[in-house]
Design a binder for this molecule. Structure first.
Ligand code: UDP
Length: 239
């Protein structure tokens, strides 16, 4: 294992569901603390880290739309959920002494700063962990797309997608014992074979901007750092 990290600046995307742990809803602080420890250990390598957290553990816009409600309002509620999660992660990072800031795509100055590409880049250059809250700020998008967008905006070298399993498999490894994990795929293959790892808009944006996507298990403590050091289990998606 080399001690030189593979990438200098990365964006980590964690789904809201990952924060639930074994619960059916909301935030398990132990899980958030673990993700914060993983981020802290990556920061210690000198890697600059931006983070996008989903909101699915609290609210998804489609839940309103599927019950005949207004999708746009539902998506606003979903984006607010990502702010709640982002504040939880900032708290866990601060507990570890990691300098972290939340930048929201939707202005809420009493709670956190608003996102701008300039401010985000300045904070990252200064070594702060930047948590991008509020998704893209627009309805009909997802936090996967927000992660790809922010990665492109801040010039990230890679997008780390933390999931429930340690990579992209030929079938669901929790259901099919013969499922095999891919070591490497192209963005094109992921799109063509419709591998459900991120939504199509996110993959397309990453492909256009030549940003590798590294799919790994968010629950494997130390995995984020190991992969940056050239070890660990993951699937790498790159052009
Ligand atoms: N959302 C949105 N625009 C965005 C990002 C998110 O409207 O740019 C809303 C949408 O309703 C979504 C919810 O926020 O369902 C939570 O985000 P997401 O589903 O991506 O969270 P995850 O699945 O990663 O937990």
């Amino acid at each position: 294992m080399t001690q030189q990290p593979r990438y200098r600046r990365v964006v980590l995307k964690a789904s809201g569901e990952a924060l639930m742990g074994q619960q059916g809803f909301g935030i398990d602080v132990n899980v958030v603390d673990q993700i914060a420890r993983d981020i802290a250990s990556v920061r210690e390598l000198g890697v600059e880290v931006g983070v996008v957290i989903g909101g699915g553990n609290i609210f998804r816009g489609v839940a309103v739309a599927s019950k005949g409600g207004d999708r746009v309002t539902g998506d606003h509620m979903g984006m607010l959920a990502t702010v709640i999660n982002s504040l939880a992660l900032r708290t866990s990072l601060h507990k570890l002494g990691v300098d972290a800031v939340v930048l929201s795509a939707i202005a809420m100055p009493e709670l956190c700063e608003s996102f701008s590409q300039r401010q985000a880049t300045a904070y990252m250059n200064a070594g702060k962990v930047v948590i991008f809250a509020g998704g893209t700020g627009n309805p009909f998008f997802t936090t996967d797309s927000a992660a790809a967008l922010r990665a492109a905006e801040i010039g990230a070298d890679a997008l780390f997608k933390g999931t429930q399993v340690d990579g992209i498999y030929s079938a669901d490894p929790r259901k099919d014992p013969n499922a095999v994990r891919y070591e490497r795929l192209t963005h094109e293959q992921v799109m063509r074979e419709n591998l459900q790892i991120m939504d199509a808009a996110a993959i397309a944006l990453a492909r256009e901007n030549n940003i590798p996507i590294i799919v790994f298990s968010i629950h494997e403590e130390g995995g984020f750092k190991d992969i940056l050091l050239g070890a660990g289990r993951c699937t790498i998606v790159e052009n």
